[in-house]
Write a protein that binds this ligand. Structure first.
Ligand code: G6Q
Length: 536
């Protein structure tokens, strides 16, 4: 890719780019040139370090990388996850009933909708109180047990859409194998009113299976030990029916999905069962419609008018041409407090790769570190570094015009900060300006803001289930675009395997009643010995 003319043009352009102050001063119509309204979102990318030529070179780069063909291949169901020989079809999870998408010759859309219908019937029974626990009481508490892709999406979506959730039901999420996570989640809950949803694609994941076994013990202990209670207090979301029934969960209460849904792309599959119980099937379908709307925009819009494609190309621009190691996501909505954590998995597990699709080492840096916190809280802590540090940190600001909790002036105060921050980042404050304010010369340099720090603003009217779907799809497709430029497989995650395998070896060494013969390095050996001594 680095030998492509577009890449080289970008390299030389990077050297000669004017300051954002000059770019805006030179073109009063700059904002309109770099704004797009599509699929229910407004995207202002004018405060990026770009000119019209930059965008045209980035689009050339996308074309050189075959982005169009890759998009078509993904949506068509080709097995683009080559290291696992799987199709990548999270887009089918939100396709309308009338669509037809084939994997190995079979249309998957009817199955997708059959599962959604089954989830809806189940959710309605829980929400109406028709579903009774073992002692005849309706369910009041729902605990999702899962980790990684089987947790981060459900937690994020529940928090994001809490406004739309049933407030007389309580929702809890257990992911960590640390017993504290389970203990605190169920503290004070009545087992007779508690339903566990065990969410695991494989139904073999150490953390989830450990927590699920503990949950079964906790349930049975609180319900008199009758194993029949499991059927009333456990549901499963999995692709592995055999393991689900071995665990003792009635497969009638199992909701399936498919190997073409990656964990971090699964919040809109049956993994979203807790979300659907919380917000109801109607809202869940609205969220899917939002996803689909952005999918279609990404699939059909020309790259120069395509929000996710441009978003992804800008990420490549900063990552590979400016050496930006991180990117910040700053939602100005408290309900999106878990959105950055969700995006960390989506972006970093997808594009944290050093080997290209052809098996060779990549020639450029790949996935940046994503991080962030809701505004305005972050402004009172790490924004200092974004404004005046030595590193370039491209930022995404996410804002809504209407609050779901309109209280006095709060929303205007909140959103004024979005605009102020992007303005300060882009334009800064010169030494001359600082001096003109009468700042003593010794202090003046400390009060200079260089500016020229890039940001995007994503805006919508308000946070709805559909808006959330659009936002998540935008980032999924941005990640896809980035992966296409880097020619990597954004859909495997071999990097999480080694540590898992080593832990399996260490577990018996920690649990053994007699001193184990250790054959690790001297550091690991001594840590294991110290742990055994301390816990004795
Ligand atoms: C996501 C990853 C990973 C996965 C978890 C849980 O893309 O594959 O985060 O979701 O390891 O896996 P299970 O759903 O199989 O328990």
């Amino acid at each position: 890719m680095t030998t492509q003319p577009a890449w080289q043009a970008l390299e030389s352009q990077r050297e000669s780019l004017p300051h954002l102050r000059d770019l805006f001063a030179a073109d009063p119509a700059r904002a309109e040139k770099f704004q797009i309204e599509a699929a229910g979102l407004f995207f202002d990318y004018s405060k990026n370090l770009i000119t019209a030529e930059t965008i045209s070179h980035l689009v050339d780069l996308a074309n050189a990388a075959g982005l169009r063909g890759r998009i078509d291949a993904m949506f068509r169901g080709d097995k683009i996850n080559t290291t696992e020989n799987r199709a990548v079809l999270h887009t089918a999870l939100r396709a309308p009933r009338t669509a037809s998408i084939k994997v190995d010759g079979a249309d998957v859309v009817p199955e997708v909708h059959a599962v959604l219908d089954k989830m809806a019937a189940f959710s309605d029974r829980i929400r109406s109180g028709d579903w009774k626990g073992h002692t005849g009481k309706p369910i009041k508490n729902i605990v999702n047990i899962g980790i990684g892709g089987s947790d981060l999406g459900p937690v994020m979506a529940y928090e994001a859409l809490r406004h739309y959730s049933r407030r007389d039901l309580s929702f809890h999420f257990v992911s960590n194998v640390d017993g504290t996570d389970f203990a605190e989640a169920v503290r004070g809950l009545d087992p007779a009113e508690t339903l566990f949803i065990v969410s695991s694609k494989t139904f073999t994941t150490l953390e989830t299976m450990t927590n699920a076994a503990t949950a079964r013990e906790w349930s049975l202990a609180g319900l008199g030990g009758d194993k029949a209670a499991v059927a009333k207090h456990f549901a499963a979301v999995s692709t592995n029916a055999q393991k689900v029934s071995e665990f003792g969960i009635d497969t009638a209460n199992m909701f399936g999905f498919w190997d073409w849904v990656g964990g971090r792309y699964s919040m809109d599959s049956a993994i979203g069962l807790s979300t659907m119980v919380a917000i109801g099937p109607g809202n869940f379908r609205e969220m899917l419609a939002g996803f689909h709307e952005m999918d279609e925009h990404f699939r059909t819009a020309p790259f120069e008018r395509n929000i996710p494609a441009l978003h992804g190309l800008l990420a490549v621009w900063y990552n590979d041409f400016f050496g930006a190691q991180t990117a910040a996501v700053l939602p100005y909505d408290q309900y999106l407090k878990r959105f950055p954590a969700y995006l960390q998995q989506l972006t970093m597990e997808s594009n944290g790769k050093h080997v290209a699709l052809d098996g060779r080492r990549v020639e450029t840096d790949t996935g940046p570190v994503y991080w962030g916190e809701p505004g305005t809280n972050g402004q009172h802590s790490f924004y200092q570094l974004i404004h005046q540090g030595t590193r370039l940190i491209p930022c995404d600001f996410i804002a809504f015009a209407k609050s779901l909790n309109p209280l006095g002036r709060h929303q205007d105060l909140l959103i004024s900060n979005v605009f102020a921050q992007t303005e300060a980042l882009a334009f800064g404050k010169t030494l001359a300006q600082v001096e003109a304010e009468g700042t003593p010369p010794a202090i003046a340099p400390h009060r200079v803001f260089e500016g020229n720090r890039p940001s995007n603003v994503l805006m919508a009217e308000k946070l709805t289930p559909a808006t959330l779907g659009r936002l998540v799809s935008l980032y999924e497709m941005s990640v896809f675009t980035q992966g296409a430029i880097w020619n990597i497989n954004s859909f495997d995650q071999w990097g999480v395997e080694l540590g898992k395998a080593l832990a399996q070896k260490i577990i018996p060494e920690l649990e053994s009643p007699t001193e184990p013969a250790l054959q690790h390095d001297s550091s690991t050996n001594s840590l294991i010995r110290r742990y055994r001594r301390l816990k004795a």
